[in-house]
Write a protein that binds this ligand. Structure first.
Ligand SMILES: Cc1ncc(COP(=O)(O)O)c(C=O)c1O
Length: 458
């Protein structure tokens, strides 16, 4: 079915508008290149940030404009490879001209933010695009500002529909967000220290590749919860590739077995795609894994430059349950819609798409690195534009040492998981061979350096 022309798209395509946007973007790039902080001023700025926040940044990274592709420019003029992208936010890397021009035009349209009371055309365009990619069951979408708010909205829809059922099943090692409620759904005690708990969260083990009975064990755990709390379980949260948990995934049959149990017992199937959105092959991982028939609600964020919960007719809440001032920023919505259109138009999606191919390219490179450094590199996992591996023994201390060495050598990466702690990459979808060559070379150098400094074999 032909898609309707988008008002903002056509605005952006108007030659004088595009030319003005380009001129603005280029002027900003020129100016920001000219503004470099000397070492002292850079340290001072970092120190101030630390004081304002009450704790220092994990890495001495204060960003400036005029990055390029996977390369980010710091305010002291240093350029390094960014393989974590603000923890998965920048789909096409830094200073991508077309996205910045889209942002510049959207910024000049009317208001900086849009609400649910009187949304603009960007809201319509993004909602339409998201639903187009979500398949036929998810009929509605509610936009929001961040992953946590999308997840809160999903949770509320599930509780209202399934009331008085008030329990939620989650996977071990999962992550759902930072609100008081979501911190309880997140399987990390440190993330909820001191918070009052509701005690309504039930755990099921995630897939364990080393256990051939893993699916049976997880289904048995779910069955045990269902038997212990009949009629009291409202929903189950599925993170199809655990991001914060260490880029861990499972075969489709594992998810199908659990989702079938949910379907049979009236438990809502909720897929958290905040981190997987636009990273696994299709826009939604539940479509990459072909799980569409089971999904009742899906949440997305990060690459979406805001967030959204998509839901089936059955979960459409009564008036009053979900609202809030902001639906998102005009720039965020316009850029998100543009990102999705480009992923489609430039061949990133689908089994034979560039995202799937990127996953294979990166996995091959990790396999080669593991052959060269069999002690320092293990537990490689990944799909599309999200990858991780266990450095050395997987202790947090060594993982942080590797991340710091990478940063010093010129590569920005981040951690994921605990016991083992992994090194995580959330790559720009358009990362080049040269950027991957350089990134892997830096990673190898950093691993060898940490090994050498600590007398560890690599
Ligand atoms: C799977 C998942 N859910 C939810 C969130 C929370 O999103 P946000 O930080 O935008 O609130 C995250 C963030 O990392 C996530 O990875």
């Amino acid at each position: 079915m032909p898609r309707k022309a988008s008002p903002l798209g056509s605005l952006l395509d108007a030659p004088p508008v595009r030319a003005a946007a380009r001129a603005l973007v280029e002027a900003v790039a020129r100016e920001s290149c000219a503004r470099v902080l000397d070492a002292k001023a850079y340290e001072r700025a970092l120190g101030e940030i630390g004081r304002f926040r009450g704790r220092p940044l994990l890495f001495p990274a204060l960003l400036a404009g005029a990055g390029s592709g996977a390369r980010v420019r710091l305010a002291n003029g240093r350029v390094l490879l960014d393989f974590i992208g603000g923890i998965g936010v920048y789909a096409f890397g830094h200073s991508e001209p077309d996205l910045l021009e889209t942002a510049a035009v959207a910024a000049a349209v009317d208001t900086v933010f849009q609400g649910h009371l009187a949304p603009g055309s960007e809201y319509l365009r993004l909602s339409r695009t998201l639903l187009h990619h979500a398949g036929t069951r998810l009929r509605h979408v509610w936009l929001g500002t961040c992953g946590a708010i999308a997840n809160e909205n999903a949770l509320k829809m599930i509780f209202q529909r399934r009331a008085p059922a008030d329990r939620i099943v989650v996977f071990e090692h999962g992550f759902a967000g930072r609100t008081t409620t979501l911190a309880e759904l997140t399987d990390k005690p440190g993330f909820r220290e001191g918070l009052p708990l509701r005690g309504n969260v039930l755990h099921v083990p995630f897939y364990d590749h080393s256990d051939r009975h893993s699916t049976v064990r997880s289904v048995a755990a779910l069955d045990a919860h269902l038997a212990r709390y009949p009629g009291q379980i409202a929903g189950m949260l599925f993170e199809l590739v655990q991001g914060e948990g260490g880029i861990c995934t499972a075969p489709r049959s594992f998810f199908v077995a659990l989702m079938e149990r949910c379907r049979a017992t009236g438990v809502a199937v909720w897929v958290d795609e905040v981190q997987t959105f636009a990273r696994t092959g299709e826009l939604f991982a539940f479509r990459t894994f072909e799980l569409e028939p089971w999904v009742d609600l899906a949440t997305a964020g990060k690459v979406l430059q805001g967030s959204a919960v998509l839901f089936s007719e059955e979960y459409n809440p009564r008036e009053g349950l979900v609202a809030g001032t902001y639906a998102g920023s005009t720039v965020g919505m316009a850029v998100a819609a543009r990102i999705i259109e480009r992923l489609e138009a430039e061949g990133y999606l689908g089994r034979r798409g560039k995202l799937a191919a990127l996953g294979r390219r990166v996995a091959r490179r990790f396999a080669a690195l593991r052959r060269r450094l069999p002690v320092a590199v293990s537990g490689c996992s990944g799909i599309g534009a999200m990858h991780a591996f266990v450095p050395f023994d997987g202790s947090r201390e060594l993982a942080i040492a590797v991340l710091r060495a990478c940063f010093e050598e010129g590569l920005f990466a981040f951690s994921a998981g605990a016991g083992p702690t992994k090194v995580r990459w959330l790559l720009p979808v358009n990362v080049t061979e040269e950027e991957l060559d350089t990134g892997f070379a830096i990673l190898e150098k950093a691993l060898r350096r940490v090994g050498h400094e600590r007398g560890l074999p690599c």
